[in-house]
Design a binder for this molecule. Structure first.
Ligand SMILES: [Zn+2]
Length: 341
């Protein structure tokens, strides 16, 4: 089933055998730009995009006008629409020219033909299994480390911007492209609160007025998994959402410091602006990359009319409400002490 998809190329094979997945992925994208027209066009149009930057207190948010993202932004993700379409992440349904790198025997690294990042990948499971983070968190850490030379890993919850909630996938994108990659330290200092810290792990809660996040920083996989699982249980008990509590995650790895996992807590999939009529309508469907500070508007008129205030309104509306956030902080604060991490 996978033979037609997996890339056969001596350079990439050599990089993989040296466990240099980041360089192998980079090479895959280079090859795909030559061999797959759709992807080539997607990266070409990335040169035409417009960007504007809003400065907030201690952090930046960018706005990217990117018409190539229209289908993804406006994707219908209700059960009926999902059941009625052919899954575009199943290996048998991938475009003929799309090739991938198999990792962990279960995941494909694929070039994303509708890029936001200068280098952008989709990493689906080879099987049609639902989007859920709990059983895939350890893998997220592994991928973040394996690809850390060039990329960060992103996860969108099934009701938080994942365009295929029925087929498990991560994304990977160029490191230091999202403002949060650089701004997080400052963000934590100015708007954060340390919930727990010892010489192995730091857990913080950040509320910058637009977004509400819990961050985990550690060099120790086991401690990260234990802390995340505990947080997940607490968040599940408070979130009224059926199934996975609503979240987006950005995970990065540095040899010197280990992992930084930022979890964005959510109340809504899309804000009221998305559903508004006429001039009030703004097509922005927040996912990890938007919360990481690169907000995507596929329509130019939305890009032109966006203000700092409107953006604040949109992101505040989709982020977890203040009361629930406070409750999670309190519960988590107590629970961590019992974990002995
Ligand atoms: Zn599928």
């Amino acid at each position: 089933m996978l033979n037609n998809v997996i890339v056969i190329n001596s350079l990439i094979e050599e990089l993989i055998s040296n466990s240099d997945f980041a360089e192998a992925a980079k090479q895959l994208l280079k090859d795909q730009k030559k061999s797959w027209k759709q992807l080539h066009e997607g990266y070409k149009s990335l040169k035409e995009i417009k960007i504007k930057t809003f400065q907030f207190d201690g952090f930046r948010m960018k706005l990217q006008f990117n018409p190539g993202r229209y289908i993804s932004t406006s994707a219908e993700v209700d059960e009926k629409s999902i059941n009625d379409r052919k899954c575009f992440l199943c290996p048998t349904n991938l475009p003929e020219k799309q090739k991938g790198i198999l990792c962990e025997d279960e995941y494909l690294i694929l070039g994303n033909p509708f890029p936001i990042f200068p280098e952008h990948f989709t990493i689906p499971n080879t099987n049609h299994v639902p989007q859920q983070i709990k059983s895939n968190f350890t893998l997220m850490l592994k991928l973040a480390k394996d690809l850390s030379k060039h990329y960060v890993i992103l996860y969108n919850g099934p009701k938080c911007g994942a365009s295929a909630p029925d087929h498990f996938h991560f994304q990977a994108g160029s490191k230091n492209f999202m403002p949060i990659d650089d701004d997080f330290h400052q963000l934590k200092k100015e708007h954060g609160e340390i919930l727990f810290e010892n010489d192995r792990i730091t857990i913080a809660a950040v509320d910058d007025g637009l977004r509400r996040m819990i961050s985990f920083e550690s060099i120790d996989t086991e401690k990260l998994v234990t802390a995340f699982n505990n947080f997940y249980e607490i968040y599940s008990s408070i979130s009224c959402n059926n199934g996975e509590p609503m979240m987006n995650i950005i995970s990065a790895y540095e040899e010197e410091f280990g992992w930084r996992v930022i979890v964005f807590l959510r109340d809504k999939h899309r804000s009221s602006h998305y559903f508004a009529k006429g001039d009030n309508k703004i097509l922005l469907s927040a996912a990890s990359v938007d919360l990481g500070g690169v907000c995507i508007t596929p329509l130019e008129k939305d890009f032109d009319k966006m203000t700092k205030e409107k953006l604040t309104e949109i992101l505040t509306e989709v982020s977890l409400n203040k009361n629930s956030f406070e409750l999670i902080k309190q519960k988590f604060d107590k629970a961590i002490l019992r974990l002995k991490i």
